[in-house]
Write a protein that binds this ligand. Structure first.
Ligand code: HEM
Length: 568
């Protein structure tokens, strides 16, 4: 034993590899930390001057983002009340700057510089790849140019029959509930998925079995997971997230979601290889008994679209407004998936993988937003019976006692219904925040503030739409907020449910037209009732604004007034 000890002392004192590793790692980490802090000194300096609630060291305001979705939403809204135009939040090392002044929002949304989505959108990547919602630079520009015209009014008008057909289908399903209270979001969700499949994708809902409903449910659960990652800072790194049970659920959900999109593309390609071109909107796909005659007048008439906002402030223009009045009935435009497949066949613009990403993007953006918008609308009609009366009166004036389908011209005459839709989008914007990554410092118009490069700017649509300085009595559901004279007195960027500028929503006109057909069809057949009031709404913003308790309504079958009078 003594000999062993003597031998140890005789050895030179060499450090183990682990000790060497840590003795190098620690100074390197400290050096890296100082370099990182130094490279962000502009960010810290400018952030210092921005107003915001106090936070804790290192984690900042991250604790405000804990709790259920509803609690997080409520906390942010409540804390935001103490601040005016600019609110700063630190979530760990991330600087978020919320904007609510329309002049500042214009600077961000109308810019060709601040076009990049914030890094948080990367959580969408496994789902949407590099689709239009998250892509940037040259790829985004080229694909936007390709896709925007597929939502041109001329294409949309050819979808009217399918909008009608699907609206009647969902009404039949809801009639079978016999006046029971139910969550209308489930029905709106399935209906909007099926409409997208038949219109933009050009595949029949009848070939999709249960998959439309399964898809809608999987999307809802995926949004829960993404929201969780957005609000829980420790779930940001992929390697930590991948250790959680949510990652395993995500794999299963993406399997459901991507199975549907792959099936859609395969069906469409098979049709292409058999020489079938065109969307389902071409008459041969529609059953003869479901076809309806367009009046000769309507086919000939140059439809006046002036004065129609299609969901944004009159006066704002984007790439969807190009040529609306000039090329009615002249240029042949293709629907979304038709165009993408043709473009892929013809060469360079888009690859097979990119088509899949775009289909996933349109399926998500196109369904969950409109499902939420229409569900809020129906809830509000149920609550505000006097306003529902006025919508019904307008519909009875347009349709009399006829049960005919709705035409494009009819949608132009639904002025009051449109105002109710806009007011719904004001108070309950389905996309309650829009986030951008700041590539450059931005000097704000509302005050002496500069948002530093590297920050995430959040356009707080929900709060903007409820500013008392813009909307007197902002918590009151008042469709007259969208009377032309009231709109004329507002800043263009005071109403941006579809965003605005170069990265505005490509589905804006599609959504407004589709919603008008679905909602008018429902209100022509039913009286909507709600037992809950707006004060009872437990809002949550897991990507899309929704109600925690669901959208509970009751439908009572109704007849047009003329028929009621004749019957009594
Ligand atoms: C009420 C319905 C809708 C609302 C409120 C809405 C709202 C929005 C908003 C706010 C954005 C900007 C998001 C951001 O910058 O983070 C957006 C983008 C987008 N929306 Fe919609 N949307 C609706 C319906 C639709 C529909 C029906 C489609 C397609 C059929 C669609 C496709 C898209 C796409 C592809 C983008 C990304 C555009 C780009 O970055 O170039 N949306 N939408």
């Amino acid at each position: 034993m003594a000999g062993t000890v003597a031998a140890d002392f005789s050895q030179p004192n060499t450090a183990s590899p682990t000790t060497v590793f840590y003795s190098l790692l620690i100074p390197a980490a400290i050096l890296w930390f100082f370099y990182w802090r130094l490279s962000r000194r502009n960010l810290y300096k400018l952030a210092e001057k921005l107003p915001g609630p106090p936070g804790l060291p290192i984690i900042g305001n991250a604790l405000d983002l804990t709790g259920s979705s509803h609690i997080v939403f409520k906390t942010i809204i409540t804390k935001g009340k103490d601040f005016n135009d600019v609110i700063k939040l630190w979530v760990g090392p991330k600087l978020l700057v919320f904007l609510v002044d329309p002049r500042d929002i214009e600077l961000v949304l109308s810019s060709q510089v601040y076009l990049d989505k914030s890094p948080e959108y990367r959580f969408f990547k496994p789902w949407l790849g590099n689709g239009l919602l998250i892509s940037s630079g040259h790829k985004w520009r080229a694909h936007r140019k390709l896709i925007a015209p597929t939502f041109h009014l001329n294409v949309l008008k050819s979808f009217l029959e399918l909008f009608n057909d699907n609206s009647r289908h969902v009404c039949n399903k809801m009639r079978a509930l016999n006046g029971k209270t139910f969550d209308c979001h489930d029905y709106m969700s399935e209906c909007t998925v099926e409409i997208l499949l038949e219109t933009a994708m050009g595949v029949s809902r009848k070939t999709q079995d249960q998959s439309g409903f399964d898809y809608a449910m999987a999307v809802m659960k995926m949004c829960d997971i993404l929201h969780l990652r957005h609000t829980k800072v420790w779930l940001y790194p992929d390697w930590i997230f991948n250790l959680t049970k949510h990652a395993k659920v995500q794999v299963k959900l993406l399997d459901v979601i991507h199975s549907l999109t792959k099936k859609v593309i395969k069906n469409k390609k098979d049709a292409f290889s058999k020489g079938t071109r065109g969307s389902l909107a071409t008459p041969e796909f529609i059953k003869p008994e479901e076809k309806f005659e367009k009046t000769k007048d309507e086919n000939k008439k140059t439809i006046v679209v002036e004065g129609l906002s299609f969901g944004q402030s009159t006066g704002l223009k984007d790439d969807l407004d190009v040529d609306d009045t000039n090329d009615i009935g002249e240029k042949k435009r293709l629907a979304f998936l038709d165009l993408l497949l043709e473009s892929a066949e013809n060469g360079a613009v888009i690859s097979e993988e990119e088509i899949k990403e775009q289909v996933d993007t349109i399926m998500f953006e196109g369904h969950d937003t409109t499902a939420a918008g229409s569900s809020f609308f129906l809830s509000l009609m149920g609550i505000h019976q006097d306003i529902q009366d006025k919508v019904v009166e307008e519909l009875d004036q347009i349709f009399g006692d006829s049960e005919r389908p709705c035409t494009f011209q009819d949608t132009l005459e639904m002025k009051y219904l449109e105002r109710c839709m806009m007011e719904t989008l004001r108070m309950y914007p389905p996309v309650p925040v829009i986030a951008r990554h700041m590539k450059e410092d931005l000097k704000l118009a509302s005050g002496d503030y500069v948002i530093p490069k590297g920050a995430t700017v959040v356009v707080a649509t929900y709060k903007l739409h409820r500013l008392e300085s813009i909307y007197p009595n902002p918590e009151k559901f008042d469709p007259d907020n969208f009377l032309p004279e009231r709109q004329a007195n507002r800043h263009y960027y005071a109403f941006v449910p579809f965003s605005a500028g170069p990265r505005s929503c490509v589905g804006r006109k599609y959504a407004m037209l589709k919603l008008k057909v679905i909602l008018s069809t429902i209100l022509r057949q039913f009286r909507v009732h709600s037992d809950l009031k707006e004060q009872d709404f437990r809002l949550q913003a897991d990507i899309i604004l929704k109600r925690e308790e669901g959208f509970q309504v009751r439908l009572e079958p109704r007849k047009p007034r003329a028929k009621q009078a004749a019957a009594s």
